[in-house]
Design a protein around this ligand. Structure first.
Ligand code: SF4
Length: 300
């Protein structure tokens, strides 16, 4: 998204700086989410509240209260947006998980034709509930410039492990539905790269190349929580990661810049937090009845 916007405003930046106006709006509607991704937390996902309470890292409102509060917040934000009648170049909407918020898609349905024609609408989704939301998808059909940013961190059971609560078959159903119903949209697959999936990229990319070759692709590099960041790998594991990235650079030359970003991040810190990583991972594995280590028996 950043690269696209840089290109869009490259030649008119001075003019916009002289006469600033609101052209870009990025709204995080609420923390209502159906997943509890390993790398997330209660402030951004209500589904994290139960585990964070048991881990004693959270003492905010209960899940039920947080959901009610989130719903109220969404209503208020939609009311404000409707009253403002903004003319935007770019509108980026995200949750929690946006497809849980039917009222946001009602709002999008009711936006005027000019906005639907001129505004580029970005939507971030985890895809998990998309296949059940045909109405919401229908409401997006009128948006001419539509970008769907899909968070998929791995393939199959590893994706469901990292993105706890996710079901791989539902994710694929959601993806196939938007490809079919919103064929004019630009669909971008966005994996968040962390210690949890850095050693799984070969399989991931092979899947995308074979099954979804026409989709765009963008790596997001996780920085926080820091104990999941690839910066914190110990030197031996960084070497292993570098070796596998070099191999991938040969297999996927068009992704050279993306691999460069990852390698740069690997060089970014000499401080290893692997002890903290293992401690947190084991505690959460225990709570969730899962095992990170079964995915990487030769590495960790
Ligand atoms: S889908 Fe997004 S908001 Fe929901 S738990 Fe995962 S990272 Fe957090």
């Amino acid at each position: 998204m950043r690269t696209g916007l840089n290109a869009k405003y490259e030649n008119t930046l001075d003019q916009h700086l002289k006469n600033p106006e609101l052209l870009f709006l990025d709204i995080h509607f609420s923390n209502l989410c159906d997943l509890a991704c390993r790398t997330c937390r209660p402030i951004t996902s209500t589904s994290w509240i139960k585990d964070a309470t048991l881990l004693k890292t959270y003492n905010g409102p209960s899940h039920e209260e947080a959901v009610l509060k989130s719903r109220e917040l969404v209503k208020q934000k939609i009311k404000t947006l409707t009253e403002l009648k903004l003319k935007l170049d770019v509108l980026h909407l995200t949750g929690g998980e946006l497809f849980l918020l039917d009222e946001v898609f009602e709002y999008l349905k009711n936006c005027d034709q000019k906005s639907k024609k001129n505004t580029t609408l970005y939507i971030t989704t985890n895809l998990n509930s998309v296949a059940t939301k045909t109405n919401s998808i229908n409401f997006l059909e009128g948006w001419k410039n539509l970008e769907l940013l899909c968070s998929i961190d791995a393939i199959g059971s590893l994706n469901d492990f990292i993105r706890h609560g996710s079901r791989w078959d539902k994710v694929l159903d959601g993806l196939n539905l938007i490809r079919k119903k919103l064929s004019h949209a630009n669909i971008v697959i966005q994996p968040t790269i962390s210690i949890l999936n850095i050693f799984h990229l070969e399989e991931y990319l092979a899947f995308l190349k074979n099954d979804m070759p026409q989709l765009a692709f963008n790596f997001i590099l996780l920085d926080r929580p820091s104990y999941y960041s690839i910066k914190q790998l110990d030197p031996e594991l960084k070497n292993r990661a570098r070796e596998s990235l070099k191999k991938l650079q040969i297999l996927y030359p068009s992704l050279q810049n993306e691999f460069d970003k990852i390698i740069e991040m690997l060089e970014n810190s000499n401080e290893s937090k692997m002890e903290q990583f293992h401690s947190i991972t084991r505690r959460l594995d225990f709570l969730r009845g899962e095992s990170f280590y079964k995915f990487y028996p030769d590495i960790f």
